[in-house]
Design a protein around this ligand. Sequence first.
Ligand code: GLU
Length: 413
Amino acid sequence: MSVKVNNLKSCIDQFDRAAELLGLDENLKTSLKMPDRELSVEVPLRKDDGTIESFQGFRVQHNNSRGPFKGGIRYHHEVDLDEVRSLAALMTWKTALVDIPYGGGKGGIAIDPSGYSERELERLSRRFFRGIDPVIGPNKDIPAPDVNTNAQVMAWFMDEYGQLHGHTPGIVTGKPIDLGGSLGREAATGKGTAITVRETASKFGVDLEGATVAIQGFGNVGSYAGKFLGEMGCKLIAASDVHGGLHEPDGFDTKALFDYAYENRMIKGCGQGKAITNEELLALKVDFLIPAALGGVIHKMNVNDIKCKFVIEAANSPTTPPASEELFQKGIHVVPDILTNAGGVTVSYFEWVQNLQQFRWEEDEVNEKLERKMVKAFQEVASLSDEKKISLRSAAYMVAIDRVAQAFLLRGV
Ligand code: GLU
């Protein structure tokens, strides 16, 4: 059963919980919660048949105390201002948690892109980027891919910005390699997720060899996570995407599944597993359940069905805070999104640094640096959670909010 979850409320509840534990001053709390700037733009599109359709687009800049705003742009029919506000705030905490010099921002267009041609999406993307041009810049706000956007969309963004301001590869990250994208960026969020699973297994004494995994959402993040976890010895027994799910109790051939999904943009027809619904997948008794699609999939209506040992949040806000607390009380640990999926923005940061230096790093160097960032952040969160006997989620927010609060106070108002 699906319920409409208010991600902004979830995000504020979570902030309040951690700010309380930190003993933050009330006025400081209010300031850190409020977005710095919100831009809403109308995005008209001339369709291939000559008609005009209008869409709403947003860019929300939450906080830049630690550096320029940073975060993705998603194309999804459920995008609205509240959702973008909550996702922008998540980026502020995420970049602080992995200690990279950015603030948080997010953008989106309320559209289901599956009904539009490539040329229409190009025109729409360029028009949107022109709309948000006044508030972005390589030292102001640096967009990146998110749900239903990719390296190609970033290439159009970069080109559009370049027409107005001159060639500026550092204006967006997640670009194609040929246009200054970083080696390792496409796989980074999935790699960071796999590193998080490995660190979780090691902290809680779970043997990775043969550990069972279910992945809800086999897009960019989920498919790379599945591939890397297969290489680490885990047994991926279920996966799903928008077209449906598959269950393979003996474990998928993860490389073959990844290759098929990469080629066909879906897992249906891959020749492995039996059909399974999304609800059934979420309720499987696995070691690691990885929601890697959209927000709010684990909520008060289905939290009692969850039987995994760990929820690894590869998507943004897949578990509502009350559901997350309930899981914690039941002994199911939730490794939060701002830690699990931070690999993407971490390698975005490396991409931006390479662009500013006009110098390309080898993929090994990128991956080594990603590994170090992820492990350090995991250890900081795990040790605070042990020390204060709080959930990994609360600990992650405490580390992140404390860093942003310090930066805010040091800069002064
Ligand atoms: N959209 C991704 C996220 O939610 C990546 C953001 C970025 O690389 O700036 O973390």
